[in-house]
Design a protein around this ligand. Sequence first.
Ligand code: KG4
Ligand code: ZN
Length: 337
Amino acid sequence: MKILAIDTSCDETAVAVVENTTILSNVIWSQIKLHKQYGGVMPSVAKLAHEEHISEVVDLAMTNARCKMSNIDAIAVTQGSGLAIALEVGIKKAKELTANINKPLIAVNHIEGHVLSAWTQNVKFPAMAIVVSGKHTDVIAVEQIGQYQILAETQDDALGEALDKAARMLGLGYPGGAILEKMAKEGSPDHFPLPLPMRGREDEHSFSYSGLKAAMWRLVEQEKPLDKQKIYDLAASFQKMAFEHLIRVCKHTLLASPALPKDLLVGGGVIANLELRKRVRSLCKELNMVPHFPTNKKLCGDNAAMIGIAAYFKAQRGEFADPNNLDRLPRWRIDER
Ligand code: KG4
Ligand code: ZN
């Protein structure tokens, strides 16, 4: 089964072609350079850029997959969560293509895409999943593909968002997660004291980055003017505490599960971070679990291949959408139908 999948949930215009769970093409037109000047994603700019590029990105994904529209069996699209006016562009395009080729439409949850971006044949269910992106910090129980329960989520910022904000305080630009990682490599994580969020309250099974962010802001103000070494050390200290909090809450949440599954799927933009992967691997060792990461960097951040793979499993279950009634769901949770 060949599926053409579209994701316009945020600031990437993404289109992919998958054949069952094999990725034939995965094209991402990144809008980062358009949003840089605002220090974050500007929804109206994202919408316009999606509208401007969606057709050429569809064409490129088809060309790269060496595929004709007549060979496509279904169209998949991210229905949510994401920015409402950005999601709308992908949904409109998907409806148009569905009508043109007279094939079914599949509506996919963006977070389900991130969960399945790390899926391989080796994963046994029930499994657990962690999604760490610019919008989400979730621990998810995966009973089987399509059946999810959120076990822990953030009360305020997502991990990626917190890293981006810390990077901004250090004048490192947007989005800052990857730049912060580079700076942190050069610094000492113990040079500056920063508080560990929710210390001793890990059993509440929720994440919080607002306190750490506020402490970072005060520290940065106090240390100004910043020289290179200070930036390295501040980045390392912030990243260490942000990851330490993530790992601690994940550990408590996973251990609270009555029967801990063997497999842990890990997805989302932040898992491109090598230091975090190391921490997740050592957590898995401690818990006797097996971690599964996306096999390439492109599959960590927003992309449409993950939407195509989730759509393939939905198609297997006969879960198709009605193009006449499909509307964006900006706040669609993975545990809601
Ligand atoms: O999954 P994603 O592309 O978009 C959302 O669905 O939010 O994640 C984007 C986030 C941003 O916060 C970005 O700074 C972060 O992923 N990120 C990283 C790295 N690469 C991207 N964070 C830490 N280390 C990285 N190498
Ligand atoms: Zn995402």
